[in-house]
Design a protein around this ligand. Sequence first.
Ligand code: Q46
Ligand code: ZN
Ligand code: ZN
Length: 306
Amino acid sequence: MRRCAKCSDKGTIYLPEHRLSLCKTHYLEWFESRVEKAIKSFRMFSKEDNILVAVSGGKDSLGLWHALWKLGYKADGLYINLGIGEYSELSEKKAKAFADKIGKKLHVVYLKENIMDIPTLKELQSRPACSVCGTLKRYYMNLTAKKLGYSVIATGHNLDDECAVLMGNVLSWNIDYLVRQYPVLEEGNGFVRKVKPLCLVSEKQSAMYAFLSGIDFVEDECPYAVGASSISYKLIMAKIEEESPGTKLRFYLEFIRKVRPMFALKQNVKLNPCQVCGEPTTGDVCSVCRLKMRLEASKAGMKQNF
Ligand code: Q46
Ligand code: ZN
Ligand code: ZN
């Protein structure tokens, strides 16, 4: 039986990539120190910042909010209700209950009130639910953070999420996306700073943290997540990681350190305020306002090609 490296109690959790065995108390401490390490080494924010954590009700985002709260950061939550039946209802309930438990504010934005729920949008368009959902979530996160005066948006993307995206972008050599793959997206041009403080912890570690912290999170995945290519990339990475612990961390950090700086020279996107809503866009009217216009037009009975 392995013993905790910190207190020599019986170790309950073994982290092969760090060759570290820890008891429950020291695991929770270790996890929070990994989050703090990401915050400090990528200069994400300080104790003075007002942080808005984008929460979905799942283990990663609620775990992140919990860790930031424990570490003494000023962090409130934002839940975007996508209108996906029972899944959205349950996740909103869990996010609210968690906010009450830690005594923090949770802001809620309903897509249905602002534009349209995801299932209806999916019906109306030929695009996959996730692509329109991603655009809308980014849009309302930014808009809400600005409106409410938050200087940073923190999301619960973990190392596995980042590796899956990196793998997808490498497989198609998508340079424009590779350039933007970094745990901090600086503020400016109408964007609030966006950060990923869980980028140094794996999905398993994040699940373990949420579980051991007694967080009541939604275990079910969003019904539209089924079949996403990121899931198969995660499975492939998990297989490699099992055979060679530490590969995921190396793949991600070495990309950040060695490869991304070479692409970063190419970064030159010009942004303007959207002529309708004022949010940043590369064209004259942002994609969300264009979507709203198309929806209005189709409501008015005009035949539109979504
Ligand atoms: S919530 Fe939205 Fe995800 Fe559901 S519809 Fe797809 S993008 S899977 S993180
Ligand atoms: Zn211990
Ligand atoms: Zn707009």
